[in-house]
Write a protein that binds this ligand. Structure first.
Ligand code: HEC
Length: 214
């Protein structure tokens, strides 16, 4: 009893609720108080754990949700721009429009949500879009799985990936075989991207992924 009173007076800051409940219950009720304290603690701890898990799930859901929306918007913007230029001037003119930087909206989206939006692949046309070593595994996983997206949470870094497939015949005009790509277009591609690896794809092929870094 005296020992607990000493604990009580010399103990940590009041914010340590557990400590005070422990002292009070043990001082006032002896062994029963101690047993009750253990039981109540277990309940509180298990509730806290559930709360943390729920918070984590919520955060994960939010990232997934925002990442998904941003990748869809980005894809639409890009598609609209490429299609518009294809109709207006053909593939040779449209070439510049499969580049994310060609669209001011991508910057606005990035600024608005504080994210960095890019695309990665293991067969890039633009070498700047080459997947990192760890991302090669992520892409392989996505290519072989039914799921079209994945969230990677490592410490403070959260990154969302959403797969890109060659979903329309239009894509083949610049990423298909030599039969699909007009000669003049091919010339420009070769000239601008001498290390181009992004040809000879077929409709429906896995092409890479959107990468949204939070
Ligand atoms: C008019 C030609 C053209 C069309 C049509 C086109 N692309 Fe591209 N694509 C390019 C060029 C050029 C780049 C390189 C852009 C850059 O410098 O970042 C590129 C880059 C990409 C990249 C980034 C990875 C890399 O290889 O650098 C992806 C992913 C991609 N295209 C997917 C598609 C999909 C999917 C379609 C169809 C919806 C499509 N493209 C249609 C010309 C085209």
């Amino acid at each position: 009893m005296v020992i607990f009173l000493v604990f009580w007076l010399t103990g940590p800051e009041p914010r340590n609720l557990f400590y005070y409940i422990f002292c009070t219950m043990t001082i006032t009720n002896g062994r029963l108080g101690f047993t009750l304290f253990i039981l109540i603690s277990l309940v509180i701890i298990s509730c806290e754990d559930t709360k943390n898990i729920n918070d984590d799930m919520k955060a994960e859901y939010n990232y997934q949700h925002i990442g998904d929306s941003l990748s869809i918007i980005s894809q639409q913007v890009l598609l609209r721009n490429v299609s518009r230029e294809l109709n207006a001037g053909g593939p040779t003119v449209a070439i510049d429009f499969c580049n994310l930087n060609a669209s001011g909206l991508m910057d606005s989206l990035s600024n608005l949500y504080g994210v960095t939006i890019s695309r990665i692949t293991t067969q890039p046309r633009n070498p700047g879009n080459m997947a990192s070593e760890s991302e090669v595994g992520i892409l392989a996983g996505m290519m072989n799985s039914r799921s079209s997206d994945t969230l990677v949470m490592g410490g403070e870094n959260v990154t969302y990936y959403k797969s890109i497939r060659l979903g329309m015949p239009t894509c083949l005009k610049c990423h298909g075989s030599t039969d699909d790509i007009e000669e003049s277009t091919l010339e420009i591609i070769k000239e601008r991207y001498p290390d181009d690896l992004a040809r000879n794809y077929q409709l429906g092929d896995f092409r890479g992924a959107w990468k949204i870094q939070f």
